[in-house]
Design a protein around this ligand. Structure first.
Ligand SMILES: O=C(O)C1=C[C@@H](OP(=O)(O)O)[C@@H](O)[C@H](O)C1
Ligand SMILES: C=C(OP(=O)(O)O)C(=O)O
Length: 408
């Protein structure tokens, strides 16, 4: 599917309901498997969460989770704990290039039986589940926080619990905090001090109902649209809280620098308003919020301001090499941009080329992040259906906002 988006204006004062957080949903689905009393409300309808549900329902030997990173990582730990059959866990060709050695090594420290089917360090994995004792694990924390979350999710079911010693700079830390907060809400005892995390075993959970907050990473694309609109343009999004478990709720603070004000309403609606023109450079370290990098890069390009972002070393191993993809696609639009292993620098642009086809590299966030640019120029998005990895209703929602989404 290719969509053509003719230049348009955002209809002001619309209200959208955004599906539940994919990160919270996939954690809770694993926890529900371990603690069957758990009831989950507002579960995400995204492909990655569907992939988790299907995997957990599956009785077969081969489990294919397609492009879903969290599903791959969380199931590796889950199956090591408790599959009653031998499972081969695999994914898309890109998933087979996304490293998983750190997690496999960590689980092997607890005597997990995991072997690589093809290439050492990468999916597919063959897993036999019989972990029971638990104990101490040492692992690098600078590659992906998802490995740490995967371990934490099974920690409460091990006889001795788990003691995780994290080596190196902790990346994507708010996602680890989200996992710990969820475990605490369910009644687990977990402590994170000086790069050591302790998880103690529990028999049952104390809190059985959990309502997932809407996805803040999905909200970021509307922040971008408001930033690229006229002063006074507004949108309402539900359901969001000021005190969020999701690190990407920091988008509200980051977009203050880009002229967007957020007000939190009592009914869990947020209202975003464009309040000022911005012509100053944007600078931030995104080590805690890597999924916002593409959104912010495109917004800054659309606003014609300098942008420098660091802390981006994990972007190379996501759905595509996101630094390279951003450089290639923004250059096509006329940007002067450079990237290295962990940062991106964009010079204030004077022109935005029109009628450019944006390639998405099987990465939902490329399509999601580039679409708001239609507020500045005509745009084509290739393989636009990739958005369903995290945001099923995106193109329908854009039409509600007055965008013309023409399939070609
Ligand atoms: O735990 C999670 O739900 C996630 C953690 C982050 O990954 P990394 O820790 O690999 O950066 C993030 O990019 C991903 O979209 C979701
Ligand atoms: C990196 C992402 O997802 P995952 O790693 O779970 O595939 C993402 O949603 O941006």
């Amino acid at each position: 599917m290719k969509v053509f988006l003719p230049q348009t204006q955002l209809a002001t004062n619309q209200h959208l309901f955004i599906s539940g957080s994919k990160s919270e949903s996939n954690r809770l689905l694993i926890l529900k498997q371990l603690f069957d009393k758990l009831q989950i409300g507002n579960l995400s309808d995204a492909d990655d969460v569907r992939a988790m549900e299907q995997a957990l329902e599956s009785k077969g030997e081969l489990v294919d989770i397609h492009h879903a990173g969290t599903t791959m990582r969380f199931l590796t730990a889950y199956y090591s704990l408790c599959t009653t059959r031998e499972v081969v866990l695999t994914g898309s060709s890109r998933m087979q290039e996304r490293p998983i050695g750190v997690l496999v090594e960590a689980l092997r420290q607890l005597n997990a039986e995991i072997t690589y089917v093809n290439k050492e360090g990468f999916p597919p994995l063959k897993i036999k589940g019989h972990l029971s004792e638990g104990g101490k694990i040492t692992l690098p924390a600078n590659v992906s926080s998802q490995y740490i979350t995967a371990l934490l999710l099974i920690g409460t079911k091990l006889e001795k619990g788990m003691e995780l010693h994290l080596i190196g700079e902790v990346t994507s830390r708010p996602y680890i905090e989200m996992t710990l907060q969820l475990l605490r809400k369910l009644g687990a005892k977990v402590f994170f001090e000086d790069n050591v995390i302790h998880v103690y075993p529990i028999e049952q959970i104390v809190e059985t109902n959990f309502v997932v907050e809407s996805d803040w990473s999905s909200a970021s694309y509307f922040y971008s649209m408001i930033a690229l609109s006229e002063i006074g343009t507004k949108i309402q999004l539900s359901s969001y809280k000021e005190e969020s478990l999701q690190g990407d709720s920091k988008v509200a603070l980051l977009y203050e620098q880009l002229g967007v004000n957020t007000s939190y309403k009592a009914d869990a609606t947020i209202e975003l308003t464009k309040v000022k023109h911005v012509n100053t450079a944007f600078e931030a370290n995104l080590i805690e919020t890597p999924d916002l990098a593409q959104t912010i890069a495109v917004t800054c390009f659309g606003l014609g301001i300098d942008c420098r972002m660091s802390g981006l070393h994990t972007l190379k191993i996501k759905e595509t090499d996101r630094l390279l993809a951003l450089k290639t696609e923004l250059s096509k639009l006329g940007a002067t941009i450079s990237v290295d292993d962990e940062s991106l620098t964009l010079e204030a642009s004077k022109e935005i080329r029109s009628n450019i086809s944006i390639d998405t590299y099987q990465d939902h966030r490329m399509a999601l992040a580039f679409a708001p640019l239609v507020l500045k120029t005509n745009l084509m998005i290739n393989e636009a259906e990739v958005v369903t990895k995290s945001f099923i209703s995106y193109w329908d929602d854009l039409q509600k906002l007055g965008f013309q989404v023409q399939e070609q």
